[in-house]
Design a protein around this ligand. Structure first.
Ligand code: FNR
Length: 187
């Protein structure tokens, strides 16, 4: 049997009923058995302080950095707060980026954003792309998944009901797997 493709997913929202975390759960469902998609817990990361960093960085930061380093790919799902990415997500990325071997370096990744607004978090998504340039992450370009009017696309239980979005998620998973195999192939 083939080894599962391991993806670490970071949600930019800590809210229990977050549409963005619900979007990751939809990816877990659509991706199926061949994938192992773990939702990272960044809820107990302290605010970044360089004085707390180094060999004694918080254990939860070190643990997630090691998981990302070992992962095949990364998935971000983020809301837009004030036209950008939430501080919670940026804080986690800042912590993780300073850990040994820079765990994001060279990883394939994809971004989803969800918002109750009309643009689906597009502006936040492009800010996150900019951050990923510095971290040398290989983001897939297409499909872009910006879930606008999110409150109309998930049901009460948090399940994704929108067929178009489900189709895009399927395409995203395929694009991420392709990016991963291209990066693994010696040029
Ligand atoms: C928002 N929201 C929001 N939406 C948007 O499309 N553009 C924006 O700039 C903002 N700004 C913003 C700031 C703050 C502080 C909050 C709390 C919210 C709305 C936000 O996208 C919406 O609440 C999402 O549903 C949040 O994502 P989760 O928690 O459902 O994943």
């Amino acid at each position: 049997m083939n080894k599962k493709i391991n993806i670490i997913a970071l949600s930019g929202s800590l809210r229990q009923d977050s549409y963005n975390t619900a979007a990751i759960k939809a990816v877990q469902e659509i991706a199926g058995e061949q994938y192992e998609i773990e939702i990272a817990d960044i809820s107990d990361f302290p605010l970044y302080n360089q004085e707390l960093d180094g060999p004694n960085a918080p254990t939860q930061v070190q643990a997630l950095a090691k998981k990302i380093l070992a992962a095949d790919a990364i998935l971000f799902s983020t809301p837009e707060y004030n036209y950008s990415i939430p501080g919670v997500l940026k804080n986690a990325i800042d912590w993780l980026s300073t850990q040994p071997s820079q765990p994001f370096n060279g990883k394939p990744a994809a971004i989803i954003s969800s918002s109750m607004g009309m643009l689906g978090g597009a502006r936040a998504q492009y800010h996150l792309r900019q951050v990923m340039v510095f971290l040398n992450v290989h983001l897939i370009n297409k499909p872009e998944i910006m879930i606008a009017s999110a409150h109309e696309k998930f049901d009460e239980s948090g399940a994704l009901t929108d067929e178009v979005t489900k189709g895009l998620i399927g395409q995203m998973i395929t694009a991420l797997a392709t990016m991963r195999s291209q990066l693994k192939t010696p040029q």
